[in-house]
Design a protein around this ligand. Structure first.
Ligand code: PMP
Length: 403
């Protein structure tokens, strides 16, 4: 008997959810932005208040950052056309790495082309057979993908996911593992959807007790928390709470790329074993120069961080007063937790139609009954826009039965 052939594309022809949502006008994804003007964007020909960007300090739009990027293109060209390992290392990479290491108070730093690749490369390089990774369930996907890459490389690392910020469960897991098997504890500093901060002192204490190293992802923390924007370690006023500090350039640094910083020996090891570094082209000159300028501005103008923190404090207070559920947020990432997916899409549409740009987040990015609207703030937001945003959110929240 002959078995029927099945086309590998069949699942694509049968995937209709996105089209159905488009048809109902409730499809919020891949919506192109046509232009920027301060904290506003143009979308479908209309100006909207942007409350869904990770450009926390507004630096991607800063005239000095733009100028630095333009000059780097003029001087070095538009691409490095190769991996860091080969022809893709510029003096600029090394200069930036030195400055970043200094900024986070570590011996050395290493830049990758995206934040995602940084986690993929560093985690897969550091973890292997007979070793353990302990990871918060709400850590960013790139951390989990770093573990998957490690497994894919046949490293057979053991993965333990503990409930969000749950020290008790982490303790139980650590207690159950053999002391002689190496362990890496990975956590976001500020969690990307919840906007809360890792309980780092407690995590560090457990890690010390059970011989685990601590890997801290500062993507949403640098520029956002800590008195001068140096992130979670500054927030807790203790640099020794992490062994490795990772961050992306796509948020507070207003560009794209990422870095990992720590002891020189560890960074050198990662340099030689991180496949996403070795097999992908390096960060281009324009981005290197943009990050360098942003770093200078972050160091020179801490008032941007202060302004962002004041805005975030106010917005958390106001949303709570209006009756929204903002979960455990304590930063400039403020989720409006709705639960029901359809209601979330309707609320998103209401906001969009009334001049507010935000991002809906639904399963599988969050658990099935925890659909939310992720709002986030920038130091360049102006008060009248924030007032308007709150007004629209209140009206929409009432109309849709959220508050
Ligand atoms: N880590 C965290 C916590 C993130 O939120 C993100 C991106 N959202 C990344 C890493 C990946 O960074 P990038 O988008 O710059 O690749």
């Amino acid at each position: 008997m002959k078995t029927v052939q099945v086309d590998i594309f069949q699942k694509c022809y049968e995937f209709t959810e996105a089209d159905a949502a488009r048809h109902d006008g409730l499809y919020p994804f891949f919506r192109p932005i046509e232009g920027y003007s301060g904290a506003r964007v143009i979308s479908q020909g209309r100006e909207l208040i942007m409350a869904g960007s990770n450009n926390y300090l507004g630096l991607s739009l800063d005239a000095r950052v733009r100028e630095a990027a333009i000059n780097a293109v003029k001087q070095y060209g538009a691409s490095c056309s190769g991996s860091r390992f080969m022809n893709g290392t510029l003096k600029l990479h090394e200069e930036l790495e030195e400055r970043l290491a200094h900024f986070v108070g570590r011996e050395a730093a290493l830049c990758f082309t995206t934040g995602y690749q940084t986690n993929l490369g560093a985690i897969s390089a550091l973890t292997g057979r007979g070793e353990h990774v302990l990871t918060d369930k709400l850590n960013h996907a790139s951390i989990m993908d770093g573990i998957f890459l490690s497994i894919g490389m046949n490293h057979q690392v053991n993965v333990h996911r503990y409930k969000h910020n749950n020290i008790e469960q982490l303790l139980q897991i650590l207690e159950s593992l053999p002391p002689d098997q190496p362990k890496l504890l990975v956590t976001d500093g500020v969690f990307s959807m919840e906007g809360d901060i890792a309980r780092l002192p407690q995590l560090r204490e457990l890690a010390r007790r059970y011989g685990a190293r601590v890997y801290l992802d500062e993507a949403h923390a640098i520029g956002v928390v800590g008195a001068t924007g140096r992130g979670t370690l500054e927030h807790y006023d203790d640099r020794s709470l992490a062994d490795l500090v990772m961050c992306t350039f796509s948020k507070s640094f207003g560009s794209i790329g990422g870095f990992i910083a720590g002891e020189s020996v560890i960074i050198d090891y990662i340099k030689h074993f991180a496949r996403p570094l070795i097999f992908s082209a390096s960060m281009p000159p324009s981005n290197l120069a943009a990050v360098m300028k942003s770093l200078e501005i972050i160091e020179d103008e801490p008032e941007r961080v202060t302004r962002l923190q004041q805005i975030a404090d106010r917005m958390r207070r106001e949303f709570t007063r209006l009756g929204f559920d903002i979960g455990t947020s304590e930063t400039a990432v403020i989720p409006l937790i709705i639960g029901d997916t359809q209601k979330t899409f309707r609320f998103w549409k209401y906001l969009y139609e009334n001049g507010v740009y935000v991002n809906p987040v639904v399963s599988p990015a969050v658990p099935p009954n925890r659909a939310l609207i992720r709002t986030s703030y920038m130091a360049i937001h102006e008060d009248p826009d924030l007032d308007r945003l709150l007004e629209v959110a209140e009206a929409g929240g009432k109309a849709i039965g959220i508050i």
